[in-house]
Structures are given as C-alpha cells and as structure tokens.
Design a protein around this ligand. Structure first.
Ligand code: C2E
Ligand code: CA
Ligand code: CA
Ligand code: CA
Length: 278
C-alpha cells in the first residue's frame, strides 16, 4: 500500500484511522449502554398462514443512544459479538424477553411463543445452559414457550453446538435455524441436527414472485422440512403476492412487514388486544 505513493497511502491511512476511531467510540458507547441498560426490545408478530392467527413474537433488541439516536442492530451487534459484550447483552435480552412473555401470559395471552436470537459467540460461554435455566426459573416462563434462533454458522464453527442445542431441546426449548439457506448447511446434514424449525431467509422471499430460482429454493426447503418433520417459517414477507405463493407452496408460517413491523411492547400489547377476544 505504501508503494502506491503519497496520495494512495494517506487516503488509505486516514480511512483506516476513521474506521478504527468509529469502532473505538462504538465500543465505549456500547459498554456504557450495557451498564446503563439503554436498550429495549421490540416484538415482531409471527403468523400461522392458514388460520391468520398470531403464534408468537420475535424479540429484537433496540438501542436508542441519548445523543446519536437509534443505532441499528446490524451496526452494533457485530461489535458486541467481536468484543464479547454480546454475552451480557444477550443475557439481558433473554431475561427481558422472558419477563415480558410471562406478563402477557398472565394477561391471558397464554399460547404465544417468544423467539430470541442467540449469537454464535454466546455458545462459547461455558455456562450458557445454566444461564438459560436460571432465567427460565427466575421468570417462570416454561421452556416450551421459548424458541432460540441460531444461524447455521453455529454448526460450522462449533464442534459441540449440536450437543448444546440437544440439551436445550431436552429442556423443552425450541430451536430455529435463522437465515436458513444462506449459510453452509447442506440438506443432507440437517437431519442429524437437534432443530425444530427452518426460518427461510428473507432474500429468497424478497423476489419469490419474480425469480424462478428463489421459488425453487423455497420449494426445496419446504419439501425437505416436510420429509424431516420440521416446521418452516418464511421471514421478510412484505407483499400479498409473496404470501399467496408461500401459501400455495405449503409454507405454514410467516413473519414480515405485511403482517406487522416490529412493535414496542406497548404497541404489541395493543396489537394483542385488537387480535384476541376472550
Ligand atoms: P434477524 O434475526 O434476521 O431479524 C430480522 C430482521 O429483519 C430484523 O431487523 C427485522 O426488523 C427485519 N424485518 C422484519 N420483517 C421485515 C420485512 O418484511 N422486510 C424487511 N426488509 N425487514 C424485515 P433488525 O431488528 O434490524 O435486526 C437485524 C439483525 O440484528 C437480526 O436479524 C439479528 O441478526 C440481529 N439482532 C437483532 N436483535 C438481536 C438480539 O437480541 N440478539 C442477537 N444476537 N441478534 C439480534
Ligand atoms: Ca432472527
Ligand atoms: Ca433472519
Ligand atoms: Ca438476517
């Protein structure tokens, strides 16, 4: 790089400086935010496509920085993962989500499953299982109402991921493979994995109505899921056109802006009141 001459070098250099500065700022702010609990959770409805019923909600972390405003998860989650801060943050998300789920159960919405995202990095924590058990015990949420969303990469980088997930499933927790189809998983090996649900990545749903390959991939996933007795959910469903194709192809669950954006807990509660009558 230095051989590229003065301009090339200084451009590269200042660019690097800027990004590492931004990175250091982000790390510091994130550390403070975790201490001060500057986060909250939004909840996005998950729907049964044949009945139109709400079946559960995915908790999605939100960070509203006092000066910088909202910072997107795609910006800060990777930093939290690299620094290990995802461990306290992930624990906070799980606890907060379980507390909220119990609150809604006590209001009578007793059949809703809470989905929480788990980063691969959290699996390196030796006491992950104990932490999860502790949170379930403290909050009183029964394990069958908790679903953990993990990406396929967990199986690629962690030798005992399957064993850990098996222990979670033995507790009664559901396991969903997030962003399915984008990672390295091959259809041949998912049959050995301790999983309940394949969550078809939004990229295949986005152009399903105009791209034959996307539709073929979705159909293949649905077919393998049926053979292996796995549940399937489509994420990123935005249009009724996409919904129609998914329903015709036999996809039983969906999530996306067509049904609802992720909602604050207050708005989700209002959504519950509008959706259910006792
Ligand atoms: P993800 O788990 O794949 O979550 C789905 C993302 O798609 C969410 O973005 C959601 O708001 C967005 N989304 C939902 N429906 C639609 C739709 O119809 N169209 C489009 N275009 N987008 C839709 P969000 O909340 O910004 O989160 C981004 C990613 O950050 C998540 O992707 C997940 O990987 C990560 N993340 C969010 N919350 C957590 C968390 O609590 N823990 C961990 N480990 N990761 C999280
Ligand atoms: Ca997810
Ligand atoms: Ca996803
Ligand atoms: Ca994603």
């Amino acid at each position: 790089v230095k051989d590229q001459g003065r301009n090339g070098y200084s451009f590269f250099h200042s660019d690097m400086e800027e990004s590492s500065l931004e990175r250091i700022l982000m790390e510091n702010e994130l550390r403070k935010a975790i201490e001060l609990e500057q986060f909250h959770l939004d909840y996005q409805p998950k729907m049964d496509l044949s009945t139109g019923r709400l079946i559960g909600m995915e908790a999605l972390v939100r960070w509203d920085h006092p000066e910088l405003g909202r910072i997107a998860p795609n910006k800060f989650i990777p930093v939290a993962e690299d620094t290990g801060m995802i461990i306290p943050l992930g624990e906070w998300v799980l606890r907060r989500g379980c507390e909220q789920a119990i609150e809604w159960q006590q209001q009578g919405y007793s059949q809703l499953k809470l989905s929480v995202n788990l980063s691969v990095r959290q699996f390196y924590q030796p006491n992950l299982l104990d932490k999860i058990k502790e949170i379930l015990k403290d909050t009183g949420l029964r394990p069958q109402w908790l679903e953990l969303e993990v990406t396929e990469s967990v199986f690629a980088v962690l030798d005992d991921a399957a064993a850990i997930l098996q222990e979670m499933r033995d507790l009664g927790i559901h396991i969903s493979v997030d962003d399915f189809g984008t990672g390295y998983s091959s259809f041949s090996y998912i049959k050995h994995l301790p999983i309940d649900t394949l969550k078809i990545d939004a990229s295949f749903i986005r152009d399903i109505h105009q791209n034959k390959e996307s539709q073929a991939i979705v159909k293949a996933i649905l077919s393998i899921a049926q053979t292996l007795n796995l549940n399937v959910i489509a994420e990123g469903v935005e249009t009724s056109e996409q919904l129609t194709i998914l329903s015709e192809d036999g996809c039983s669950q969906g999530q996306g802006f067509l049904f609802s954006q992720p909602l604050s807990s207050q708005d989700f509660e209002q959504y519950l009141k509008n959706s259910f009558q006792f």
